[in-house]
Design a protein around this ligand. Structure first.
Ligand SMILES: Cc1cc2nc3c(=O)[nH]c(=O)nc-3n(C[C@H](O)[C@H](O)[C@H](O)COP(=O)(O)OP(=O)(O)OC[C@H]3O[C@@H](n4cnc5c(N)ncnc54)[C@H](O)[C@@H]3O)c2cc1C
Length: 301
């Protein structure tokens, strides 16, 4: 069976950027992807210098095309379902959804994160009129009547203050969470209304939010907004490979992609299970690839 220098799991910006660097360093690498990148729901990406407004799929297509110029790189559109250590040979075995097994010296985990929303209906509007990152989508929603949907004090305060920079026409929906009077007063002094009622439903057309219906029966007009989801990793690979975690659930690294498990590297949003951005995830991938290449170089020199 062929042995890879590195298998990269995940072709978001983190995995793609790492694979480019590894391909250019003449490493035999294959990159797996199953098309569940978090930003697949959005129409345009912003803030990545030279690629302003690009569609997520186009960003990926360009990156894939660039990878194809390096002969030691291969691309596999399959889901990785199992990762195991072969302790005897100091190698890893990777099983994919089509039941093939791959052998590799190093693994880069770049599988990103996924969102969980306070209300399932948010999914229909997410990426079209409801977003979670004001730096990514605040400009397009500027000066519009916006909703902030969040369910704990810290998230509500942070997101409301931040989004106030892009629109002064804000209404906060806490979906049943009671806010301290001081916070309510602060918001109301800026003409930001707060509804603590449970949200009954969202209304709109084709992903474009029009109103938010409360349990009280009130239907509040809003044309978009920001939500605070919770994030989780889509797999347990880091646990299965014995990576260590910090008290916040982040995977402990040396700051350059090396985890505490020998041969296992990490890049992108999956490291801390927090949202970041295309450019930061790309930089993480680049950094982790340099670590992987350096470690292989020193092992073999
Ligand atoms: C609605 C929305 C809008 C956004 N807009 C912007 C924006 O305008 N600008 C910006 O900079 N950022 C934006 N982001 C954030 C950006 O998408 C992320 O920061 C970035 O994609 C994180 O990169 P990543 O490589 O860590 O993870 P991802 O891009 O999520 O990639 C992870 C990859 O791993 C693959 N994968 C996962 N598990 C497996 C498995 N078992 N086997 C095989 N493959 C697997 C998935 O298919 C996926 O492609 C937005 C996000 C969302 C949700």
């Amino acid at each position: 069976m062929e042995k890879y220098d590195c298998i990269v799991i995940g072709a978001g910006p983190a995995g793609l950027s790492a694979t480019l660097t590894l391909g250019r360093a003449r490493r035999k690498v294959t990159i797996f992807d199953n098309g569940t990148n978090r930003n697949r729901v959005t129409q345009e990406s912003h803030g990545f210098l030279t690629r302003e407004g690009i569609k997520p799929q186009e960003f990926k297509n360009i990156a894939m095309k660039e990878l194809k110029s390096y002969p030691s790189v291969s691309i596999s559109n399959e889901t990785v379902i199992e990762v195991n250590k072969d302790d005897q040979n100091d190698l890893f075995l990777i099983k994919s959804s089509n039941n093939k097994t791959y052998i590799t010296e190093k693994i880069l985990l770049a599988t990103g994160i996924q969102e969980e929303f306070p209300l399932t209906q948010i999914r229909q509007y997410y990426g079209k009129s409801l977003f979670s990152c004001p730096y990514c989508d605040g400009w397009e929603l500027r000066d519009k009547p916006l909703a902030i949907i969040a369910e704990n004090d810290e998230h509500i305060i942070h997101m409301t203050k931040l989004v106030f920079n892009w629109s002064k026409d804000l209404i906060v929906f806490t979906n049943g969470h009671q806010l301290f009077n001081k916070v309510r007063n602060d918001f109301e002094s800026k003409k930001i209304k707060v509804y603590t009622d449970v949200i009954e439903d969202l209304h709109g057309d084709n992903g474009n939010l029009e109103s938010i219906e409360l349990e009280s029966g009130d239907n509040i007009l809003r044309s978009g907004g920001f939500v605070v989801p919770s994030f989780y990793r889509p797999n347990k690979f880091a646990e299965q490979l014995n990576c260590q975690f910090d008290k916040n659930g982040g995977i402990i690294t040396d700051g350059a992609g090396r985890t505490t498990a020998n041969g296992i590297y990490i890049a992108g949003e999956t490291e801390k299970a927090e949202s970041s951005s295309l450019i930061i995830a790309s930089a993480d991938g680049n950094k982790a690839a340099s670590s992987i290449n350096m470690d292989i170089t020193l092992d073999r020199f």
